[in-house]
Design a protein around this ligand. Sequence first.
Ligand code: SF4
Length: 146
Amino acid sequence: MKPKYIISSCLVGVKCRYNATCSNTVNLVDMIDSGEAIPVCPEVIAGLPTPREPVEIQQTDDGLKVTSKEGNDYTQQFLYSAEEVLKICKENNITKAILQSRSPSCGFGKIYDGTFSGKLIDGNGVVADKLFKNGINVVTDEEFKK
Ligand code: SF4
């Protein structure tokens, strides 16, 4: 079967989240096993280690920045992984993505506000935004359950 979807790796049992855990919100493993979907972790693609510092997106006068609470700047790695994930979609003619909600990479519709206080705002993770703006149908794990 040709893949139709990419899925955030952490949604299909890969312990690649910043704290080396996976998500258990939905069961999408069958889609990987059947070949219907490809697992992708943008932050691993960016070369970041697991576990790693949690980061959030800040909107600054100079544009988007992705930083940790300590101020370490990961913007370039996130922009790089967005290009790479889009490339994977294009190479495989994939037009749909199921991504982990609220992540600074994969979140779609709602993300944390950049203050590390747990507050959500409207917005997209860097990768989700890139895919959406290039015509990929993006849903989060939460929407996919509906
Ligand atoms: S949310 Fe995205 S970037 Fe974060 S661990 Fe899951 S797949 Fe990787």
